[in-house]
Design a protein around this ligand. Sequence first.
Ligand code: NDP
Ligand code: OXD
Length: 317
Amino acid sequence: MQNTSNNSRTKVLVKSDFDRYAEWELYFGRFNIDIVRWEDRQEHLQTLRFALVWQPEPGSLAELPALEVIFSIGAGVDHLKGENIVPEGIPIVRMVQDSLTSGMVEYICYQILALHRDMYQYARDQKAAVWKPVTYALPKERTIGILGLGVLGSAVGRALQQFGFNIIGWSRSEKSIDNIQSYYGDAQLEAFLEKTDYLVCLLPNTLETTGILNQKTLSTLPKGAYVINAGRGTAVVDNDLIAALQSGHIAGAALDVFNLEPLSSDHPYWQMENVFITPHIASMTHPEGSAAHVAQNIGRYLEGKPLTHLADLKRGY
Ligand code: NDP
Ligand code: OXD
């Protein structure tokens, strides 16, 4: 960025659910970009062209008459859907960034290995001072099915190959990724599920993906399958998953995302022995690389080049 005087420096309005303003300031500063904290925006309403946000309140972005590009602090853009959130015609750039991707790879590999090697059972055994070794299958005897083979799903699939699992994936369009069998479209969902021992959901929240993990799809998985959901909670019909877990058809579930967050303290999931809960931390946006992603896109925009990683709210992700 070529700005010289402070007055002409590019500004980005930042609204995050974590107080990491000092880091945003530091890393945007490296690109000669100043940040405006969400709570200070009133003084800058007329001049803010770029906003990096998570869950802006309805109407709040419409108060920025100069706004030209919205950057989502997350990979998902469902927090920008809904009435009066995004002013008509303003492009939205998703967060796509190495540490966000590697965080998800770490989380999913952790859960797969913990479930595959019965680590949650050993943790329970330890509490009861129980010594009970069990045999385990070879990875090549197990198939991991990834729902959503986008930026995150494909990185997860590639990383899991090193352990020797069979990997298959399901997406809207056909994919060509080495050693990952591609299933796509509604017509191929059943065949995909029938083969899947460990189901990893990395789908965005859209009209089509809402409730996709329901009685019918869960019962299509082989008996004893595991479910890991780190996409969005809306993919799961909770009562159907609870019933499948209670019947033993689904052996266990690792859940990072929920229909309602925070998960209420009286939700049945908390009390279920075969449910492993994390509070939407599978991956996180770190200011360092994320500021670079935003700065590079702003640079492209100011040079008249197309933005990268645009979301399409009509498509839903
Ligand atoms: P992408 O947009 O890169 O990938 C989305 C994938 O879902 C694509 O493969 C897409 O298919 C597929 N998809 C979407 N709709 C359908 C459908 N109706 N049927 C079949 N496949 C479908 O997103 P990312 O990989 O970057 O992120 C995925 C999601 O992960 C985010 O939207 C967010 O909800 C979640 N997330 C969760 C985090 C956490 O901490 N728990 C952190 C970060 C993200 P196609 O490729 O054909 O378009
Ligand atoms: C995201 C998230 O969408 O954190 O990036 O869930």
